[in-house]
Design a protein around this ligand. Sequence first.
Ligand code: SF4
Length: 507
Amino acid sequence: MDYDIIFVTGEVFFDHPLCGVAILKRILEKNGYKVGIIDMPRRSDDVKKLGKPKLFFGVSSGSIDSMVRNYTPLKKLRKSDKNLNYNESVPDRAVTVYSNWIKYNFKDSIIVIGGTEATLRRFVHYDYWDNKLRKPILFDSRADILVYGSAEKQILEIAERIKNKKDLKNIFGTCIISKELSKDFIELPSYDDVVNSKEKFCDMQNLFSNDKNLAQKIDNRYVLQYKNPVYTSKDLDDYYELPFTREVPKELRGFQFSVVTHRGCIGECNFCSLSLTQGNRIISRSEKSILKEIKNLTKFKYFKGNVDDLGGPSANMYGMDCTKCRTNSCINCNNLDRTNKRLINLLRKAREIKGIKKICIKSGIRYDLASPEYLMEVVLNHVYDNLKIAPEHVNKDVLRLMNKDKGNLKKFISDFNSLKSGKKLSFYFMTAHPGSGVKEAEELAEAIKNLKNAEAVQVFTPTPMTVSTCMYYTGMDPKTKKKVKIPYTYLEKKVQKRFVLKNINGK
Ligand code: SF4
């Protein structure tokens, strides 16, 4: 078969709304394009197996950066971790490697890169694994255009343009390399600026946004970012209602009957990149569309009445859409509806659907945005035995540097206990974040001992483009430019990890 578009991806492909490439494939097919998939190619020849597409190759490492996937936060190869179901076939820097394989085999083909790895490496970035700054990934990969964040609108526009032999300039939600800079772009500090000055690196960090046209000079050219297109509830309804088969690989069976309620996160955690991938505003699907999808699940052969998960990046942000002032920070906005009413109504209606026995919520919950009514609704009806939350730390300075200092954990625990549900609360924590030394790790270890039920502790990984990674690289809080203590060495991180691990589950 001759394909119009071929996706080369670093993840196993499955026809399910949890697989980003599957959504793109379905949308393109709905619009008349023929789409082929090459998943997890192992060598250069593998990208030849479907021939050359008529329009373009779409390249992605999948939903996770290949370096995060291949290495632990202490930079050990994950394959040395016997507890992980690690698959060696994704190369380091997969987006660049796949793009170069394509260029080698099909010199004149057009390459579109996207997914998390491309999104978070679209400007000059600190690369933890090389311990140095790297140029935007468009330079290494030699791709023609980069799609950042959600890609549905961009990919259709790109396909249309290439089909009609038009150029790829001015497409919302994309980046290109250009020799010129027009005046409607905000200029970030250049590559030379940020290489020579950590203060300039902080200035660059403070300017990152998906909602602006941004430009960065790299030698004698520019990377141009066209601001993100507006995605609406209706768009999401249309995407998630596409006729997926929902066949999933064995390891994802626990999520086969999950339903996505919204995109985006207003949490603003400094170590997280979600605001630069899915955006810092919530876009909720309509209640009608979600209920229709749940009803539809009951028609699947293997469906036993249990919805595996109903949520998004943070389950209880459903309905927290910005409707009024469009300030930069929803979480700090007085107009934010913190009642969770819309979500509670949705849960009640979903439980009534014929053929539904249980609707589980496995997506994380932001405990500081959970109203008492919501907590009761969820604990009594939507968790099996364990509600998981991620306070991440207990030291107030570390929490401030994580931008997670607004919650009242003690009150939440007391509200949870007062429900006398017989269920447990369990906790996720992070150590070795900027601001965390041995003293702070000891404080966390002590808290973990008292809480008794820590689920996991991770060591902070400086992934590209986050505020915390900027702190790690520069040794400064980018907002204040004040010095921050950083655990840089392997030994410091290891010691902090040991401290807290020994107290997990009272061990
Ligand atoms: S709440 Fe979760 S998804 Fe949102 S910014 Fe924080 S860590 Fe990221």
